[in-house]
Structures are given as structure tokens and as C-alpha cells.
Design a protein around this ligand. Structure first.
Ligand code: GDD
Ligand code: MG
Length: 268
């Protein structure tokens, strides 16, 4: 029986499909592999990813690929994968091996006892984004700072996380559906869920950190674009309103300007 589903949003990731699949199932070992399914959610890349997955299926791996033809986007791809998942433990990770598959067994172990598990780059001994160019560090720090009031999580920008499915869905069987009001735009699906799903005690004590080192992408290219950054700012605005009400939006905007000025000062 499948207890864990690993969901991987993928766009033009053909070269990463096989190494990710092999490394994941190798890390899981015999017993856990039988209880785990791997689901790629691809947005019609037409780059041979489908054929790669078919080859891996023939080799005996429990992997499949959902190809979306009318939708695009990381967050909505992850939500689609969650909807199709059979496991009670749901894990989300990138295709490009920046999230080490070897960390997944620890995440599953933690999910057996805790509602939410977060792959975090902010932990003792972890050097944050050490190979990132300066501009990515600036964007990442600014984005993290702005999300701090929304959740007690250490790394709400992370795309490497897991949760118990009962916190994501309402209803059972055919009636099962993702809780209302989840924004499916942009890249930051973990932040959205951390803010909105009904975690015990508002997340305090129910989000377990699993430290990992954010690797460097070897194959393919990042899909982070200015459109994604604008979607993030829109998402933040909506989350501030959701959490604090419309009056606080003004404070948010003032904060935004201050933070922008602070970071701009590095370049002036
Ligand atoms: N299906 C689908 N997948 C997508 C899309 N855009 C990106 N992806 C997939 O989402 C994953 C992350 O995309 P990257 O382009 O590699 O993102 P990144 O800039 O490296 O950002 C990562 O780091 C952030 C932390 O700073 C994370 O927040 C983010 O989720 C991601 O992991 C990859 O597997 C990529 O193929 C899309 O439109 N559709
Ligand atoms: Mg990446």
C-alpha cells in the first residue's frame, strides 16, 4: 500500500528525471520504496520527459508523469500532484536535484509524527545558498523577510516540504477536495499552505525542520522570472490581507518600500 507520494513539478527537466528517480528510490531502500510513489507534474515540455518516465516504469520504479496541456506554473502543478496522490504523507521537491533526494527518508520519518515538515536552509551548519550569485541572495533574503510575519516557519521560501494529507483536504473518497482559498499562482506554494492550512497551534511546534544544503542546478535552467517575482508580491499582499485584514495592507506597503530601499542602497 502507498503511504507516501513525492510530487515533483517539472518543466523541461528531461535530463533530471532519471537521476532523481534512481537517487530517490535508492535512498528509500527496499521497504519504503514499495510504499512510495513518485509523480512528476510536467507542463507539456515535449522534451522526452514522458519517454524517460516510461523507461523507468519498465525498469520497475513506481513513477508516473502527469502532463498538463492547458495550465502552467509551479504552485498549480504541485496542487495537481497532491490531488492525484494516493499517500497520506505528501512531499514536494524540485526536479533539478537542488533538493537532495537523500533527505526524503528523514522527511517521511518526521511526517509519521508531525503535521508539516520543512526542508530548511536556515539551520546550524548549513551554508545558505553558498553558490548563488549575489542577486539571487538579495532576492531570497528580501522575499524571506517579507514572509516572516505570516508564519513561524524558518524557511517559508523553500520548495522542499511535506505534510500529512489530512491537513490539506476536506472530505473523503470522491468528495475529497483541497481546502478552499489556496492561491495556485507563482512558485511559493509552501508559504501559501503554511499560512492557510489548519496546523495545530498556528504552526508553532507542528512544523518540523529538516536541514538541507540547497544544491546547484547541473542540468537545465531555472524558471524563476520577473513574472514569478511579481506573482510573489501579489501573493504576499493577499496573504497579509488574509492574515491581518485590509488595514494592515498599508503597513505592508510601507514595509515593502523600506525593504526595497534597503536593498537598493547596496547598488547605489
Ligand atoms: N510543472 C511545472 N514545473 C515548473 C514550472 N516552473 C518551474 N517548475 C519546476 O519547479 C522546480 C523549481 O524551479 P526552478 O526554476 O529550478 O526554481 P529555482 O529558481 O531554483 O527556485 C527554487 O528555489 C526556491 C528557493 O529559493 C524555491 O522556493 C522554489 O520552489 C524552487 O525550489 C523545477 O523542478 C522546475 O522544473 C512550471 O511552470 N510548471
Ligand atoms: Mg532550481
Amino acid at each position: 500500500m502507498i503511504s507516501c507520494s513525492v510530487i515533483v513539478p517539472a518543466y523541461h527537466e528531461k535530463l533530471n528525471v532519471e537521476p532523481l528517480t534512481r537517487r530517490l528510490f535508492e535512498a528509500l531502500g527496499n521497504k519504503k520504496s514499495k510504499e512510495t510513489e513518485l509523480i512528476f507534474v510536467d507542463d507539456n515540455s515535449q522534451d522526452g520527459s514522458v519517454e524517460e518516465v516510461e523507461r523507468l516504469q519498465k525498469a520497475g520504479y513506481n513513477v508516473r508523469i502527469i502532463v498538463r496541456t492547458t495550465e502552467r506554473g509551479l504552485s498549480s502543478a504541485v496542487l495537481r500532484g497532491f490531488k492525484e496522490a494516493k499517500g497520506q504523507y505528501l512531499i514536494c521537491m524540485d526536479a533539478d536535484l537542488q533538493h537532495p533526494p537523500e533527505v526524503v527518508p528523514t522527511m517521511i520519518q518526521q511526517l509519521e509524527k508531525n503535521p508539516f515538515v520543512l526542508g530548511t536552509r536556515y539551520a546550524p551548519g548549513i551554508e545558505i545558498d553558498k553558490d548563488w550569485p549575489l542577486y539571487r541572495r538579495v532576492i531570497s533574503s528580501g522575499a524571506r523577510l517579507l514572509a516572516l510575519p505570516l508564519t513561524p516557519a524558518s524557511d517559508p521560501m523553500s520548495g522542499f516540504f511535506g505534510l500529512q494529507s489530512k491537513y490539506l483536504f476536506n472530505g473523503e473518497g470522491d468528495q475529497r477536495h483541497i481546502i478552499e482559498g489556496i492561491n495556485d499562482k507563482g512558485f511559493k506554494i509552501a508559504l501559501e499552505l503554511l499560512t492557510k492550512i489548519p496546523l495545530p497551534n498556528g504552526g508553532k511546534g507542528s512544523i518540523v525542520d529538516v536541514p538541507f544544503t540547497f544544491g546547484v542546478r547541473v542540468e537545465g535552467e531555472s524558471k524563476l522570472s520577473s513574472k514569478v517575482m511579481i506573482q510573489y508580491l501579489q501573493q504576499l499582499k493577499d496573504l497579509y490581507i488574509y492574515k491581518f485584514g485590509i488595514a494592515q495592507l498599508l503597513i505592508f506597503l510601507v514595509l515593502l518600500v523600506l525593504v526595497a530601499l534597503y536593498f537598493l542602497s547596496f547598488f547605489l
